[in-house]
Ligand binder design. Structure first.
Ligand SMILES: Cc1ncc(COP(=O)(O)O)c(C=O)c1O
Length: 336
């Protein structure tokens, strides 16, 4: 299952979902909400889609079923709601039951999950197709991950004894799938690894802009709001039409580098909502219309999302997921 929630971690959910479907790279897609799932169906995506978040209110369960999304059930309450919807729409509905084995976000505890599956097994209109959990520390906490898997296994064993084991039992996110083989089970749900954001993978994303304005400023010139950057010499300053309104964080002001002609150029002055200035004094060949790479490689240089994330005191996933809707996404290479 490719997790394509949050606009595919900023990469463009429709684009990524359609690419996954066309290339048969995934059998399932995972989204966080009905709205995300509906957008994919409207874009023509046909793969099964699991809505990983809790559905509320009643109308969103109706929409999930109407759009052929597979809802999750995380409590007896939501199980009852799903049965009502299935009866109302006169449709047989598949669902996955979410067990909280230690993440503490959503999900029925192991005992409650057993009750939910037993309860739904008595309903003709709803089939429990899956049972799953989410790992809280697969990356660096082997012991807690093992404990979470033990808790899940206990639920599965009890259901097996009663002949109620759902066909798909799953637990692994990227870290689980890659570092904890015992978590692979019937399917895995990577997000980070799919986009190459997991350590050791090649990032799929390049964030590019272009120089739209270029000027030479005298020594002492101030750049952008608040004059936080002052030219220490005559400098060539390029303006890029990208800013924090696009998801290029304001915290990168005066700190991040952008690649032009394969060279690192420092962001100068504050990043504004729509535009960002960089110092291209050391790139005499720079011209209006040149590519500027904010995340990704150019020539031998590379700026990784992780580098920007560090400057912002966050993680690369937030940097990628924060790219806003107005940045056009284009599929290139094998993904096109
Ligand atoms: C339920 C669930 N499964 C899978 C994933 C994918 O995780 P990752 O991006 O770490 O691979 C997420 C993302 O947080 C999630 O919430």
């Amino acid at each position: 299952m490719f997790v394509v929630k949050a606009n595919a971690y900023g990469h463009g959910a429709e684009l990524c979902a359609l690419a996954a479907e066309k290339s048969r790279a995934a059998d399932w897609l995972g989204v966080s909400s009905v709205e995300e799932g509906v957008a994919l169906r409207d874009a023509g995506v046909r793969l099964p889609i699991l809505t990983l978040g809790s559905l509320y209110p009643f109308e969103s369960v109706l929409a999930a079923v109407a759009y052929d999304l597979t809802p999750i059930v995380a409590s007896l309450e939501s199980a009852k709601r799903l049965v009502e919807v299935a009866l109302k729409l006169k449709r047989r509905v598949d669902c996955h039951v979410k067990v909280d084995t230690g993440m503490g976000r959503i999900g029925a505890g192991p005992e409650a999950a057993l009750s939910v599956v037993r309860r739904l097994s008595q309903e003709k209109v709803v089939r429990v197709q899956g049972l799953y959990t989410h790992l809280a520390g697969a990356e660096d906490d082997a012991a807690f991950t093992a404990e979470q898997l033990r808790r899940l296994r206990r639920v599965v064993s009890a259901l097996e004894r009663e002949g109620l084991r759902p066909p798909l039992v799953h637990a692994a996110n990227s870290a689980g799938a890659l570092k904890r083989p015992a978590s692979r089970l019937d399917l895995v749900r990577p997000g980070l690894a799919v986009y190459g954001l997991y350590p050791g993978f090649s990032p799929a994303l390049t964030l590019k802009s272009k120089i739209v304005f270029l000027k030479t400023v005298p020594k002492g010139a101030l750049i952008s709001y608040g004059g936080t950057w002052r030219a220490r010499r005559v400098a060539r300053i390029a303006t890029l039409p990208i800013g924090y309104g696009d998801g290029y964080a304001r915290a990168l002001s005066n700190r991040a580098d952008v690649l032009v002609d394969g060279r690192r150029c420092r962001v100068v002055g504050r990043v504004t909502m729509d535009q960002t200035m960089i110092d291209v004094t050391n790139v005499p060949r720079a011209r209006v219309g040149d590519d500027a790479v904010l995340i990704g490689a150019q020539g031998r240089e590379r700026v990784e999302a992780a580098e920007l994330a560090r400057l912002c005191g966050t993680i690369p996933y937030e940097t990628a997921a924060g790219l806003s809707a107005r940045v056009p996404r284009l599929a290139v290479g094998g993904a096109a």
